[in-house]
Design a protein around this ligand. Structure first.
Ligand code: BG6
Length: 493
């Protein structure tokens, strides 16, 4: 089935941090796919800006290598790649400095186009870069600025960045990326909930026992030790990606799919999260750090060895926690969240566990007893899809024996098309001026306001993270966190 492609308006995209990992690994491949599918109009330009002394050709060479590494051969025919590379140019610019070379960039921009400034740089430069963009007179009415997470490392630093960016760009021009919101299945969650009458009727504390959100990764530091060791899993994953998934799962139906209506509802969820007191942090959160182990039969080093240089660190690479959304819909329903590096499988999923039937009729006739309650698994990656676990009768004579079976939708099989990377969607939404899948300032700050006490209590208590072997599902305390409530993690990987 061919996807319908609607070209976007003519644009100039300026990417600051053009020689960095994010640009090469994610942004250029994403732009290439959109170009290849005919969504990037002829004449649209991508201007790489960085401090390295490169010219257009040298930048295009780097881009070509990045495409070779991150786009499958079958999608890289030489004429298309050559046409895409011709749309790239490079400007040498120290964006943190007011006299860093802005005139050259100014001379390249076309005032009649949508203008995107993508800040693929360290967040502590966002304020300065925006100030310099303004001082160089580059903010047009059709300009947008795109900021990568993390926005700050706590509430105060997030507010400071938002103030600095906000002094130059209006909120409507500011696109804060949480790339999880660009994942197809995350958008499908909106479709599941609000385009199907049956689920919304079941989406509440009367019917739902609890919700689990797992984002597990097999990778370790991937050369990002300098950033990651200062951040840790709570800042890197929970404060943004996992909370956004929680919001989309728990929010009330918005009045419309208008960006602000959706974001208003997510904000209400963030503000309704039960505050993390010192006591709750001690009993409802688990932090871990991986040690050497094995994944898929390959031995992998521990975190400290990955970090290198004989460094010591108490940064967490794993978090599990239990929280609650204090609303009439969700009162008393625990939300269990966990994420970690060097776990056995890469899997991101939301599990909605329904309550058990009030009375089992089947135990006496030799069936499975206890019955397994229904469970809806929304799988974001890999193998995007949804499964509804149900009890059915095992075929054949000999009584009513029951078996758990699944109604299973695999999106790839159902639609037979490639799943676009989240950045493809988000970059084009930025050009279109659609901020629905981006985080608004108040959301980012509400997420920090909830997460910061956890970080503070961890720091005050000074407990080291609990060790776990690479290739395991985290410290045993994470299993204890859910099992002491009589529940278990869904091991779907
Ligand atoms: C990023 C984190 O935001 O998300 C990384 O900084 C993490 O540490 C990545 O590996 C995971 O993204 P994905 O799309 O591979 O699940």
């Amino acid at each position: 089935m061919a996807a319908k492609i609607i070209p976007v308006a003519l644009f100039d995209a300026v990417v600051f941090g053009a020689t960095g990992d994010l640009t090469l690994r994610k942004l250029l491949p994403a732009l290439y796919w959109r170009f290849r599918d005919g969504q990037m109009p002829d004449g649209a330009r991508v201007i790489g800006a960085a401090r390295s002394d490169l010219d257009d050709d040298a930048f295009r060479n780097r881009a070509a290598q990045a495409l070779a590494a991150h786009v499958p051969d079958a999608a890289r025919d030489a004429p298309t790649v050559a046409r895409f590379l011709a749309a790239l140019s490079y400007v040498r610019l120290d964006a943190a400095q007011p006299d860093g070379g802005w005139d050259a960039l100014a001379g390249m921009l076309d005032p009649s186009r949508v203008r995107m400034f993508y800040l693929a740089t360290a967040p502590d430069l966002y304020g300065r870069i925006c100030r310099n963009i303004a001082a160089a007179g580059l903010v047009s009415a059709e300009s947008r600025v795109v900021l990568e997470k993390p926005i700050g490392h706590d509430l105060a630093s997030a507010q400071a960045i938002n103030d600095q960016v906000g002094a130059v760009f209006a909120e409507a021009q500011t696109y804060r990326i949480d790339h999880y919101l660009g994942k197809e299945t995350v958008q499908n969650l909106l479709a599941l909930r609000f385009a199907n009458a049956i689920f919304e009727r079941l989406w509440n504390a009367d019917v739902v026992d609890h919700v689990q959100i797992t984002v597990s990764e097999t990778v370790g530091l991937e050369g990002r030790g300098a950033y990651y060791d200062g951040a840790g899993a709570l800042r890197d994953m929970v404060q943004n990606h996992l909370l956004q998934l929680l919001c989309l799962t728990a929010m009330e139906p918005p009045g419309s799919l208008d960006a602000d209506r959706v974001r208003d509802e997510k904000l209400k969820v963030l503000r309704a999260l039960r505050p993390m007191t010192a006591e709750r942090v001690a009993t409802h959160t688990v932090r871990g750090q991986y040690e050497a182990g094995a994944i898929d039969g390959q031995s992998v080093p521990g975190y400290l060895a990955d970090l290198g240089g004989g460094r010591r660190s108490t940064t967490e690479t794993f978090v599990a926690l239990k929280t609650e959304v204090r609303s009439w819909r969700w009162a008393g329903v625990p939300f269990y969240l966990r994420t970690g590096k060097r776990l056995p499988h890469k899997v991101s999923e939301i599990v909605v566990q329904f309550r058990a039937v009030p009375l089992s009729l089947f135990g006496a006739s030799g069936g499975a007893d206890p019955l397994e309650p229904n469970r809806l698994v929304i799988r974001l990656q890999p193998e995007e899809g949804m499964q509804l676990a149900m009890m059915t009768k095992e075929p054949g004579p000999g009584g009513l024996r029951l078996l758990p079976t699944a109604l299973d939708i695999s999106f790839e099989q159902a639609f037979g098309i490639r799943y676009p990377d989240a950045y493809e969607r988000l970059l084009m939404d930025t050009v279109r001026g659609n901020p629905t899948l981006f985080m608004r300032r108040d959301e980012v700050e509400a997420a920090w306001a909830w997460a910061e006490p956890i970080l503070d209590v961890w720091t005050t208590r000074g407990d080291p993270p609990r060790p776990y072997a690479a290739g395991s599902w985290g410290p045993s305390a994470a299993i204890g966190l859910i099992e002491r409530d009589g529940r278990t993690w869904h091991e779907g990987g």
